[in-house]
Write a protein that binds this ligand. Structure first.
Ligand code: ADP
Length: 447
């Protein structure tokens, strides 16, 4: 690490990488500091896809819509607690972000759906590979081409300010690094025992799907220079997490989006599986066994490549017949069979009279082998964080911009309200990562 750069980006997830690339393409020289030994952060684990509206990809699939619908569904899904200014920027810039990625050779031309959405907006690569690693690796490639240094194993310990209070650098263990602007792209705090205990003591016992680095550092760094935090108590619990081993594996929403159902300990459905994460999590927690099985067939498996990965980790129960599956899960054979029969009829009629599910009903569950994954809710995402404006400036408690300080990605609060929709966090990183890169570049050029 040198002593000064035009721009310091803290964090090498999708937000930080996108920001640095965008800024570099505008002519400024950024460095990315990453505290962990490897790059990619929690973005590496994202599985579903990237939501966006009015995209060319949607048109190719015959989906014509207005981004205001995307806005409204995200707003409703977030309990109408979303910051309208951020949400409007977000909902109206998805197509641009998809195009920007495509212009960088990063093509997301397959579509799926996630809970709370009425149409297919979740963009993913044709290979159906999990979105996170796909994006991080491709963005890293571009960062290398642009000669952006991504320095791992360097933690930002404090923000440095000049005599006017403007942020002008970062203290690391080895040295102070100076820049015209600093971007916080440090991710959320799902893995911070302290912050979870402080803001959501009721969730203390829950495990998390997040990587160990998700400890909310950016929030603490910014608070020390006067930043305001918003909605810190809004923490998302993800409904489908396999946690019977040391590691809590998130089972992506795409499995349900492509047709899986959830059954309880009796082999019966109990919820619209594609309601929002909040509703599905609450329904599972209300069950006697506080866990459930995600059940699907070989057709669904084919549509979600991540299932191969889950299988390699030993998380998937496989059976040649439904009888065998019932036996392996220790649920009543007749109940499970009846559940699937009823479900297949609902798919055929496109009407789920029991639970009102309307999406993820493209295919019946009738192609052996059958599969099940044991799941329960775990801490997944922190909706709260730094208060930013739509230009990604970090704001202080009086609503004034903290000069020289920007933030993007999960470290920010307000966009998602009380429930982040699956597929919206990746779009947030690209949309606001670009925005932070553009704004920080423009403003540091004037310095
Ligand atoms: P986002 O999805 O918002 O991009 P990620 O979790 O993918 O968030 O990426 C955030 C990255 O920031 C992680 O790789 C994390 O290790 C890194 N990070 C967090 N705190 C610091 C810090 N104090 N110094 C350097 N890197 C940090």
């Amino acid at each position: 690490v040198k002593e000064d750069y035009d721009l310091i980006v803290i964090g090498s997830g999708c937000a930080g990488l996108t920001c640095a690339i965008q800024a570099r393409e505008l002519g400024v020289k950024p460095v990315i500091l990453e505290k962990m030994a490897t790059f990619g952060g929690n973005s590496m684990r994202a599985s579903s896809g990237m939501n966006a509206s009015e995209t060319i990809v949607q048109l190719k699939h015959g989906i014509v819509e207005d981004w205001h619908d995307f806005y409204e569904e995200t707003y409703k899904g977030g309990g109408k607690l979303n910051d309208p200014e951020l949400l409007e920027y977000f909902a109206s810039h998805g197509a641009l972000a998809i195009d920007w990625l495509a212009a960088h050779g990063i093509v997301l031309d397959d579509l799926t759906i996630t809970g709370g959405m009425s149409r297919m907006r979740t963009h993913r690569p044709k290979s159906l590979a999990p979105i996170g690693a796909f994006l991080v690796n491709n963005l890293m490639k571009r960062a290398k081409e642009l000669e952006i240094p991504v320095v791992c194993g360097v933690k930002a310990e404090r923000l440095l300010t000049d005599e006017k209070g403007a942020v002008c650098g970062v203290k690391t263990a080895r040295r102070n690094v100076y820049a015209k602007a600093v971007v916080l792209a440090t991710g959320g705090f799902s893995a911070s025992k302290d912050l979870i205990a402080k803001y959501r003591p009721d969730l203390k016992a829950y495990r998390t799907t997040n990587h160990a680095g998700a400890t909310g550092d950016g929030i603490k760094l910014a608070e020390e220079v006067g930043a305001e935090v918003v909605q810190m108590d809004l923490v998302q619990v993800h409904p489908t997490v396999q946690q019977d081993t040391d590691h809590a594996y998130l089972i992506g929403e795409a499995v349900r989006g492509e047709g899986a159902v959830l059954v309880d300990g009796n082999g019966k459905r109990f919820v619209n599986e594609l309601s929002t994460r909040r509703i599905v999590s609450d329904a599972i927690t209300a069950l006697k066994e506080k866990s459930a099985y995600l059940v699907f067939d070989s057709q669904v498996k084919k549509r979600v490549k991540a299932v191969d990965f889950y299988q390699k980790q030993g998380l998937v129960v496989e059976a040649r017949t439904l009888e065998e599956l019932a036996k392996k899960l220790n649920v009543k054979e007749n109940d499970l069979k009846q559940t699937l029969e009823k479900w297949n009829q609902a798919v055929e009629k496109k009407q789920d009279s029991e639970f009102g599910r309307k999406t993820g009903m493209e295919r019946e569950l009738n192609q052996a082998p059958y599969y099940a994954i044991h799941i329960a809710p775990a801490i997944h995402y922190t909706m709260g964080g730094l208060h930013i404006d739509k230009q990604t400036h970090v704001l202080d408690k009086s609503g004034n911009v903290i000069s020289g300080l920007f933030a993007c990605g999960e470290v920010c609060g307000g966009l998602h309200g009380n429930n982040r929709i699956g597929g919206n966090s990746i779009s947030e990183t690209i949309i606001f990562g670009r925005q932070a890169g553009m704004r920080a570049a423009a403003e540091s050029k004037n310095k």
